[in-house]
Design a protein around this ligand. Structure first.
Ligand SMILES: Cc1cc2nc3c(=O)[nH]c(=O)nc-3n(C[C@H](O)[C@H](O)[C@H](O)COP(=O)(O)OP(=O)(O)OC[C@H]3O[C@@H](n4cnc5c(N)ncnc54)[C@H](O)[C@@H]3O)c2cc1C
Length: 301
């Protein structure tokens, strides 16, 4: 890659990305940029060639970075500058895009705001939640988001209302290339203890049903939608196809939750993605359903 402009944050060439993801797999970033703050990021985007591909990394809880790594610039909003969570007037709370969803949930509880408890069950960042319309137990990001601020690929700051996102199940309809900076959410007033108690219930429920201490990417496939609008459970289809516990190299379909893939130790990204394709093929044969990946796969094989 040609010369890059000077920055106040860090520019790292050839940094292996596996450690930045939950699966702990994946090759290097041609360049990894850790901006010092929003203006450092905006300046950088203004100055680099529009031909350079840019990829954003949250905490990699919904991501397979392929073994060949990622060309161009990978940006990660690390550090406190991007992770502030602050209550606002009118039963609202704002969080930086680099803040963990669990910190947002905790901040809302401390501010006496109900409605954001579900974020305690999503192990990603606010930026990842805006991208994925993350949710669980009947609530999604779209139910609580007021607005978000983002930078365009050329460094221009934009404000997006909830309706601009075009949210549907686990995605938004925004043009690609936006980098979320922060988001404002609305809750409803409640006693902090009551909110914290509901968060504890969510945590206990997840511990019991999901392999949340493994190297995983969460739900691998979206729950397929029938023509009637009803959704099938992906895990049931995987189970019916006999794929629970199946392996490829160091990758395995979780015994605990059949829609989770896990890295048992030495898996490559190719093992994990290949096992996912094995599952899709088995489900196609067994039930005729075409499973769609929920996990994003980026980079070169
Ligand atoms: C154990 C486990 C349980 C999970 N349970 C749930 C669940 O219940 N519900 C659910 O919805 N998900 C769940 N997930 C999946 C995952 O946590 C969510 O999709 C989460 O929103 C991803 O956030 P992230 O920061 O890890 O994003 P990443 O995985 O790093 O990236 C995901 C996408 O978001 C984009 N992105 C991230 N930050 C930004 C930004 N600032 N600007 C622009 N784009 C950005 C990336 O480019 C990528 O396209 C689970 C995952 C695990 C490992």
């Amino acid at each position: 890659m040609s010369e890059l402009p000077p920055v106040r944050g860090q520019l790292l060439r050839g940094e292996i990305l596996g450690p930045f993801t939950w699966f702990r797999v994946g090759g290097p970033a041609e360049v990894l940029f850790l901006p010092a703050d929003e203006s450092d990021l905006a300046d950088f985007l203004t100055k680099i060639s529009p031909a350079i591909p840019v990829t954003i990394l949250g905490v990699g809880s919904n991501l397979i970075v392929r073994d060949g790594g990622i060309d161009g610039v990978v940006i990660r909003l690390a550090g406190r500058q991007f992770a502030r969570v602050a209550p606002m007037d009118g039963a609202r709370i704002r969080a930086g895009a680099g803040a963990l969803d669990s910190m947002l949930a905790k901040g809302a509880a401390q501010a006496g705001l109900a409605g954001l408890e579900f974020f305690t069950g999503v192990p990603g960042t606010v930026g990842g939640a805006l991208t994925m319309n993350a949710g669980c137990y009947g609530r999604e990001t779209k139910d609580v988001l007021v607005e978000a601020q983002a930078l365009t690929r050329t460094g221009e700051r934009v404000t997006l209302a909830n309706s601009d996102f075009g949210f549907t199940y686990r995605k938004n309809a925004l043009p690609p290339g936006l980098i979320f900076l922060n988001a404002t959410f609305a809750g409803t007033p409640d006693a902090p203890d009551a909110v914290l108690a509901r968060m504890a219930e969510i945590t206990a429920r997840r511990e019991a049903s999901q392999p949340i201490r493994e190297k995983t990417g969460g739900s691998t496939f979206k729950n397929p939608e029938l023509a009637s609008g009803e959704r099938l459970s992906a895990w049931k289809l995987v189970d019916e196809a006999g794929m629970r516990g199946q392996r490829r190299g160091g990758a395995q379909v979780s015994e605990k939750h059949a829609n989770f893939l896990i890295n048992t130790g030495e898996a490559s990204a190719a093992d994990i993605e290949g096992l996912g394709e094995d599952v899709r093929a088995a489900v196609r044969v067994q039930s005729g359903v075409e499973l769609e990946w929920e996990i994003k796969r980026v980079g070169r094989a």
